[in-house]
Design a protein around this ligand. Structure first.
Ligand code: BGC
Length: 857
């Protein structure tokens, strides 16, 4: 154990300041003189990617778990803790001590681009899953950074948008998962968000960081900025930010040292940051680390866990009888032929896009997993039904080869401008993503160079192809010696790819022949000073005929049609929101026409967030399969054929139309602001308050088993309160649940509280607890719950809220100037405790009485 106070007192001002900034994209600064090592961090949350940029530069494979919303759908804290455990282990093998996860922003609008990364619309579900994940990860000497604090629920103007939100909503909804992550999960890190909240950047809000998170919740870990987020030196230091990432420093590091010297920042604030960081590193054991290489591990138990998690996340939304029996699970013995249809059948989409992307150890696709599972006598037919690519798909390693026969392109890097220069280094890249990141790649300078990548492309069928380039620096693409796309002479405008660094897509139509190779050569000018250079090359055949008709034809010839629809990591990604709930391409028509051709049609929805399901009444069975991680193909087949129960329940409401959703009209933001106008009524609370019928309600999901949820047995139906949450009373009860079906299955008991005649505006019901039980046929279990005063409380913002509305009183419309008289309040009265199987399916209610007096009168 090192004495951290003592260690910090031995550091010079410059050394202390250095500690608060990054050394590179993924490492903190070490101080050799006193033996403080640099610490490596890695994204999160889909896996431990290691110290590489998402989808840029060389990628090392890692375990890819199901996306956040899939994990949300498991409602299973035990499973999520095991997932956390696996990721903690993976993080250590990547030489890292910090995992940039979990993401606990909420599904406020179904169109938020990062919903797939976040667990749920519900703060309590998100918080408890996050706490479980954190416990698992941190048991390996790895710190989590729960992110992004707070109000980060749009990608519109994402680095500057101002989230306008009232304090009660902030406390009861958006801060709550962070609070649970701190109090229950004991996270050692928190990442502040890019956005502002009511005018102040989160990284420099003393009210959020110092008063609430540290002061009220007792957080002892470190605050780190989001990558390249803005903050002022003085503001961040006073608020209590500890670490600015990544390098080069913008507000901290040498700028913090200068600010202390010039008296703009108190040295005590710098000391506190250095002590906090080093104390966490000490707790992790990181201060004794030798430099660690990254050794990816691919363990059978991690694969098995990822598969179980993917199956546990699948939500069976609908399962109608066809000829008297529910369509799912399919019985192999009844099957002679099956049509596997849809753009995502052959290439299952296992993760969303952006910083959460990893290179998986391997991928499973629904089509290949199905073929592997079925007897050879069963005829499997496949049609994609049409493309849904947002842009031309990248050339795959299987279609291109270097002169020496390796898959991919051979890259030669030269000094100076195109046409000249000394060769600096060469290497191969596995596919058409030819992006080089100077600071991250051995032998590649940050600027002032150019590179040539060439490969031999072969195609299966002769004909017309679309070839495309999305560039981050000027590039030219030639095929067989002829320039076909020139992004040098005519620079395209910026697009959305690569976090907004990429250009809009440039395309050309070319004729390619089967049976020969075509030489593709990309020349890229990397003269400018920027941290990534290069381009992505895409290639796709031009579609001919009617792909939907081909799908209908095979559906008609087969016993069952399995239709895998969805989005991709381009449609659902960090960096931009979705524009509509509609499935991309012509997938809705595909579903309708296939269902008309075959009554035994199962639709599998491969997305991270809800899509419109106007076709839901036309098909017999629907399952939401999310972005299920690397084992998704096998997990889906496990559920479709009944080896696993579909364990998932909806962690968000699936609406009928976007106009019915709570954020409609207040999303994605405009004029620099996004207003949380629906206040407390996030998700199902809005649908209930406005009496709108969703397509499928929050918490819904069918099982192959059937459960009898019996009357709860309460120890007490009355509790006493002193009006505040430190009152002594609590309510305990147990719920007997029996599996009355013939198969093993999982049930989620959901507990909602509904105040009867509340004194203030409250949602009609709020989820307060949940438990997942796995039961064998005939088995009964008692599920135990305990609810405390806080579960019945609301936040009274006191004077703070009134001051916020009167800028002339405080002089400035900012949280920083508000007084602190807000508090949690429990009103006496009657409350309904609902034991439910979904927000719309209540099994039992208990009316309980809270005695006491109002403290706010
Ligand atoms: C994301 C973070 C991520 C960071 C590092 C940012 O763009 O918002 O979630 O951890 O990049 O990749």
């Amino acid at each position: 154990m090192r004495d951290i106070q003592q260690l910090v007192s031995e550091l010079t001002l410059d050394e202390k300041a250095l500690l608060t900034s990054g050394a590179s994209m993924w490492t903190t600064q070490g101080i050799d003189r006193v033996g403080i090592p640099s610490v490596t961090v890695t994204d999160g949350p889909a896996g431990a990617r290691g110290p590489t940029l998402p989808a840029i530069g060389a990628q090392v494979p890692t375990l890819c778990i199901p996306c956040g919303s899939a994990l949300g759908a498991t409602f299973d804290t035990e499973l999520i803790e095991q997932i956390g455990n696996a990721l903690g282990h993976q993080t250590r093998t990547r030489g890292a001590r910090v995992l940039l996860a979990p993401t606990v922003n909420l599904h406020r609008s179904p169109l938020f681009g990062r919903n797939f990364e976040c667990y749920s619309e519900d703060p309590v579900l998100s918080g408890h899953l996050a706490a479980a994940f954190i416990r698992g990860v941190q048991s390996h000497g790895v710190a989590t950074t729960v992110k992004h604090l707070v109000g980060n629920e749009t990608e519109f103007e994402r680095l500057t948008i101002d989230t306008v939100i009232d304090e009660r909503t902030l406390r009861e909804v958006y801060l709550l998962p962070f609070e649970i992550a701190v109090r229950e999960g004991r996270t050692l890190g928190i990442m502040t968000s890019y956005n502002r909240v009511n005018g102040s950047y989160c990284a420099e809000s003393p009210w959020l960081l110092r008063d609430i998170v540290r002061g009220e919740w007792g957080f002892e870990g470190f605050f780190v900025t989001d990558w390249f987020a803005g903050a002022t030196t003085e503001g961040a230091a006073q608020a209590g930010l500890d670490l600015e990432m990544p390098a080069p420093a913008r507000a901290y590091g040498k700028f913090l040292a200068q600010a202390v010297t010039q008296g703009r920042v108190d040295e005590a604030d710098l000391d506190r940051a250095a002590i906090t960081l080093l104390s966490v590193f000490e707790r992790l054991g990181a201060l004794d680390d030798e430099p660690m290489a990254s050794h990816p591990i691919d363990l059978p138990e991690h694969r098995a866990l990822a598969r179980r998690a993917a199956a546990s996340s699948i939500v069976l939304l609908k399962n109608s009888p066809v000829a008297g029996t529910p369509l799912l699970p399919l019985r192999t013995q009844d099957l002679t032929s099956i049509a596997v249809i849809g753009p995502n059948a052959e290439r299952a989409r296992i993760m969303g896009g952006g910083s959460a992307e990893v290179r998986p150890h391997h991928r499973t696709s629904i089509l290949s997993s199905l073929v592997a599972r079925l007897d050879e006598t069963v005829v499997v037919r496949h049609e994609s039904g049409g493309s849904i690519d947002k842009s031309t798909p990248m050339i795959d390693g299987g279609d291109v080869m270097t002169d020496t026969g390796s898959p991919g392109f051979h890259v030669r890097v030269f000094d100076g401008t195109p046409g000249s220069g000394v060769e600096l280094t060469t290497f191969d890249r596995p596919d058409g993503r030819l992006l080089l990141a100077g600071r991250n790649e051995p032998g590649v300078p940050t600027s002032g160079y150019h590179f040539i990548a060439d490969g031999l492309v072969s195609v299966a069928h002769s004909g017309a192809y679309i070839v495309s380039l999305v560039q981050v620096s000027p590039c030219q693409l030639s095929i067989d010696g002829r320039v076909v796309i020139d992004g040098v002479t005519e620079t395209p405008p910026r697009g959305e790819a690569f976090f907004g660094m990429g250009s809009e897509e440039m395309t050309a139509v070319v004729e390619l022949q089967a049976g020969r190779t075509h030489r593709f050569e990309l020349e890229c000018d990397a003269g400018n000073k920027q941290w990534v250079h290069g381009a992505q090359i895409g290639l796709a055949p031009i579609e001919t005929g009617d792909p939907i008709q081909r799908a209908v034809d095979i559906a008609r010839q087969s016993d069952v049609a399995l239709v895998v629809v969805g989005t991709t990591n381009d449609w659902e990604s960090e960096g931009h929101n979705r524009r509509t709930l509609a499935l991309p391409g012509h997938q809705e028509e595909l579903i309708r026409r296939v269902a008309a051709a075959n009554a035994r049609t199962v639709v599998l929805v491969n997305t991270g967030a809800p899509i419109a399901m106007d076709w839901a009444d036309d098909v017999a069975a629907i399952a939401q399969i999310w972005f299920g991680g690397q084992e998704m193909g096998d997990a889906v087949i496990d559920v479709v054929f009944g080896q696993q129960d579909p364990g998932g329940r909806l962690p968000m409401t699936i609406p009928d139309t976007i106009e019915h959703t709570p954020a409609f009209g207040n999303f994605p933001g405009e004029h620099g602001q996004i207003r949380y106008g629906e206040g407390l009524l996030i998700g199902h609370r809005w649908f209930e308050a406005r009496q709108l019928l969703p397509r499928f309600p929050f918490g819904h999901g069918l099982s192959y088993a059937s459960f009898d949820v019996q009357e709860p047995r309460a120890d007490n139906l009355e509790i006493a309160t002193n009006g505040a949450i430190d009152g002594t009373g609590s309510l305990s009860f147990s719920v007997p649940v029996t599996n009355e079906g013939e198969r093993a299955g999982a049930h989620v008991v959901q507990i909602y509280i509904a105040p009867i005649s509340p004194r203030v505006h409250r949602p009609l019901q709020e989820l307060k607890a949940f438990a997942k039980v796995h039961l064998a046929p005939g088995e009964t279990t008692q599920v135990r719950f305990e609810l405390g005063p806080r579960d019945f409380a609301y936040w009274d913002p006191g004077d703070a809220y009134r001051n916020a509305l009167q800028p002339q009183v405080t002089g400035e419309r900012s949280f920083r100037t508000l007084d602190r008289s807000g508090r949690w309040v429990v009103d006496p009265g009657l409350y309904e405790v609902r034991i439910a199987s979904s927000s719309a399916d209540i099994d039992h209610t208990m009316t309980i009485t809270i005695h006491g007096s109002n403290i706010t009168d």
